[in-house]
Write a protein that binds this ligand. Structure first.
Ligand SMILES: NC(=O)C1=CN([C@@H]2O[C@H](COP(=O)(O)OP(=O)(O)OC[C@H]3O[C@@H](n4cnc5c(N)ncnc54)[C@H](OP(=O)(O)O)[C@@H]3O)[C@@H](O)[C@H]2O)C=CC1
Ligand SMILES: O=C(O)[C@@H]1CCC=N1
Length: 263
């Protein structure tokens, strides 16, 4: 049995991803404090919504998907009711396994994971790292669970803030680019729905080409005809410092993840 504590955007994406990929609704318990949202979760997914104490008593795997800022209060509530043989998986940005271990009793196994939003459609990217008491068996269990919503990679925990900045927040960067292209198309006179369709299929096609394994620089060169339109566009992106902006953006997300660790 899996308990998901906190079914906001990420918790519900993981819930829907798990249910859509081989987990039955009666294998998952959810904890969600807002009565209205709890009712919606029951209706939408057919899962039981219970309080945290009941969830951690009945489930052997406890997935924490609450905001980092709410984590310490939740750990305080869980500590007296969490049995030592539970596996705790936290997806909270910034919060280290050492902090979680400090608040939980005994030798509870903790795995820190950083998934991303496309888990909702089974196309997630998750990185996992084990805490002090996480054995190979715990990492295997966490990896198997998260593999049902996409790809999983193991990293040393010191890399998880960088992972958060790149693939955790990453979908938002691509959505931002697509939004910008749509607005540019509208500026040039395209109907909004046509601009949207062109931008989304271009993003999807470019992603499919990347998946074939070719380096992005090689793919970009193949689109850039000598003296042509793409070269003119790329010169403007360079002139506006877009590459540097991405570097700074990812670095800012990394720094923010580190700050969140401080509470
Ligand atoms: N969004 C994303 O793409 C990703 C998010 N994450 C991580 O996932 C976590 C959640 O983020 P996100 O889903 O965006 O945030 P949300 O605010 O959407 O979700 C948090 C949920 O937790 C609920 N909650 C708060 N306190 C408790 C509690 N004590 N017990 C049970 N549930 C509680 C909230 O309920 P209420 O609204 O009623 O307060 C809310 O539904 C964060 O730690 C974030 O770092 C990781 C990877 C990607
Ligand atoms: O924005 C956030 O803090 C979370 C973590 C990664 C993606 N969303």
């Amino acid at each position: 049995m899996i308990a998901i504590i906190g079914a906001g955007r990420m918790g519900e994406a993981l819930l829907a991803g798990l249910l859509g990929r081989g987990h039955a609704p009666d294998e998952v318990l959810v904890t969600e404090p807002r009565a209205g949202h709890a009712e919606e979760l029951r209706r939408r997914h057919g899962v039981e919504v219970v309080d945290a104490a009941e969830a951690v008593t009945r489930a052997d795997t406890v997935l924490l998907a609450i905001k980092p800022q709410d984590m310490l209060a939740l750990l305080d509530d869980l500590a007296p009711v969490l049995a030592a043989d539970r596996l705790v998986i936290s997806v909270a940005a910034g919060v280290t396994t050492a902090v979680i271990e400090k608040y939980l009793p005994g030798d509870v196994a903790v795995v820190r994971a950083m998934p991303n939003a496309p888990a909702l459609v089974g196309a997630g990217m998750t990185a996992v790292a084990g805490g002090r008491h996480a054995a190979a068996e715990h990492l295997d269990r966490a990896e198997e669970l998260l593999r049902s919503v996409g790809e999983v990679v193991r990293v040393p925990e010191r890399h998880l803030d960088a992972v958060t900045a790149l693939s955790g927040s990453g979908p938002a960067y691509f959505y931002y680019v697509v939004e910008s292209l749509v607005e540019a198309g509208v500026l040039l006179g395209l109907p909004r729905d046509t601009a949207h369709r062109l931008a989304v299929q271009t993003a999807t096609g470019a992603a499919a080409m990347l998946r074939e394994g070719e380096h992005p620089a090689v793919l970009r060169e193949a689109v850039t005809s000598p003296g042509g339109t793409t070269a003119a566009a790329l010169r403007e992106l360079d002139r506006h410092g877009v590459r540097a902006a991405f570097t700074d953006a990812v670095e800012a997300a990394h720094d923010r993840s580190r700050q969140l660790a401080e509470g």
